[in-house]
Design a protein around this ligand. Structure first.
Ligand code: NAD
Length: 311
């Protein structure tokens, strides 16, 4: 690729603007749903401890949910709370018909088993999509709750108008929360998917094949311009703070812009979509609960009428 004398500049995929559009639509819809079902979608966020990053993430999630008209609550425990107390709280929220979504902010303190805590959340309230049954549903292609960041990445790619089907998609990183699920979602959209990781011997040989490149590692400038196929859609998931205290992604943004066709910035790319998809998942859980509740109510009416009629 000749990078020197080209005026080419990739189009920036504006995650903030896309997320705002999604949130505005939801904000318009919630009063109608409240009129129909008698209540608003509700999200309960559980925070354990005082980790400053987690506090910011939790505050952003609650504010986002409140801003679209959802009922969002924070339950904050000290970091010495026992796992059994946390599990008991989750069980109570699971049984509460007025709770649609439950999110436990990770990471949890070392004395807790994250897997056990996440799997204690009712499958139909697991708005993060991390419950083993939702992970299984994702890989089986059956109906479940899709994790927020991967779901948002697909929306960002689709917003370019470039079809995913038939493309070569390369995912850098294989974590359970981003790399693996986004690879499966790309496969579901009929991309040919390559997953790369720390043991991939020649990363550049893989990334230069990518029509769609999703990078979820957490290493500043891991992906340089020469590792990008000209015209590619580049989604930079990484967020780290560099030596200057600036939030940066995994892609050398300024140089990559001269090669890629579309690229997400950091911040303002994937992050806002993650939150928008959390709201979308909460909305899906609410609709599922509200519909089930109204079907069950109708069945009860039928049963009660039959009893009255048979007297
Ligand atoms: P992780 O640490 O769990 O996984 C990182 C992955 O990168 C691993 O699978 C590892 O194999 C791979 N990796 C590490 N070095 C590599 C290398 N040199 N070459 C190829 N692969 C390499 O991280 P994660 O939870 O998947 O998050 C990744 C990044 O995305 C982090 O910066 C995180 O903060 C960010 N993130 C952002 C959002 C968002 O909403 N914007 C959401 C989740 C994660």
């Amino acid at each position: 690729m000749n990078e020197d004398n080209s005026d080419h500049m990739a189009q920036i995929i504006d995650g903030k603007a896309l997320a705002t559009r999604i949130r505005e639509k939801m904000k318009d819809r919630i009063p109608q749903l409240e009129a129909q079902y008698g209540r608003r979608p509700s999200l309960y966020v559980i925070l354990v401890g005082e980790d400053p990053g987690s506090r910011i993430y939790v505050r952003n999630k609650i504010n986002a949910a409140t801003s679209v008209g959802m009922d969002a609550r924070l339950i904050h425990f000290d970091d010495d709370v026992s796992e059994s107390d946390l599990l008991n709280l989750i069980h109570v929220l699971n049984e509460d018909p007025l709770v649609d979504g439950i999110l436990v902010q990770l990471p949890l303190p070392a004395h807790m088993n994250e897997e056990r805590v996440v799997d204690a959340i009712a499958k139909d309230k697991d708005v993060d999509g991390f419950h083993a049954l939702n992970v299984g549903a994702l890989w089986q292609g059956t109906h479940g709750i899709t994790p927020c960041t991967p779901k948002g990445i697909i929306q960002l790619i689709m917003s370019t108008g470039i079809p995913i089907a038939g493309k070569i998609a390369v995912v850098v990183g294989r974590s359970n929360i981003v790399g693996k699920p986004v690879a499966k979602l790309l496969l579901d959209e009929n991309a040919t998917v390559i997953i790369t990781h720390t043991r991939t011997p020649d990363l550049k040989a893989m990334t230069t094949q990518a029509d769609i490149l999703v990078v979820a590692v957490g290493k500043e400038r891991l992906i340089t311009a020469d590792m990008i196929k000209p015209g590619a859609v580049v989604i930079d998931v990484g967020i780290t703070r560099n030596a200057d205290g600036k939030l940066v992604g995994d892609v050398d943004f300024e140089a990559a812009r001269k090669v890629a066709g579309y690229i997400t910035p950091v911040p303002g790319g994937v992050g806002p979509l993650t939150i928008a998809m959390l709201l979308k998942n909460t909305m899906e859980c609410f609709l599922n609960h509200a519909e089930t509740h109204s079907r069950v109510s109708k069945l009860w009416t039928t049963i009660i009428n039959a009893r009255i009629g048979s007297k």
